[in-house]
Design a protein around this ligand. Sequence first.
Ligand code: PRP
Ligand code: URA
Length: 210
Amino acid sequence: MYNNVHVLDHPLIQHKISLIRDENTGSKEFRELVEEIAMLMAYEVTRDLPLEEIEVKTPIAVAKTKVISGKKLGIVPILRAGLGMVDGMMRLIPAAKVGHIGLYRDPETLKPVEYYCKLPTDISERDLIVVDPMLATGGSACAAIHFLKERGAQSIKLVNLIAAPEGIEAVHKEYPDVPIFVACIDERLNEHGYIVPGLGDAGDRLFGTK
Ligand code: PRP
Ligand code: URA
């Protein structure tokens, strides 16, 4: 449907997405589910990692077998809500370095405002995975990608749980080279910039604020 957009429709991911959409799901369960979904998504997002052949001596014989060929990865959560996806991703790629970009959406203008940025020094050598549960207008994701590219990033993937078509189009228009991995593409944004039906405010639901 969209070029360079991957909808991860694995039944376990879809089932857990239904649970986090439910307004009756409390913060503890919401956090656990977001972590689990992120872990499942990491499996698909890393599908193209290069392999190299090595030899391993089993108790029986020498096996020619494969390992990931020393690719450097980086996970970049967009604060706050992106933090909820980091541990799940790290369970599958524990050697990844983590960079943080702090952005919030101004509630009036819906434009992203940067308040924090701390990245690994060698981001130009890393495959970066930007994580944020929600892709709404796309303003935050575009700003994060802009900061990363400005600081030398060469390889970026974007991973969101739920995306609005408007957000996908915005990122795709500005950064057609950035593949987007999502669990669901919802209908639209409402007049406050919330995804419909979405799941509400991901940061507030993760951290029990509001
Ligand atoms: C949410 C969400 C994204 C952003 C998406 O963060 O986690 O970062 O909104 O909206 P956009 O695509 O229109 O930019 P928010 O600004 O609410 O901050 P928070 O994570 O601190 O709650
Ligand atoms: N941010 C959220 O947390 N939820 C939305 O629906 C849109 C932006």
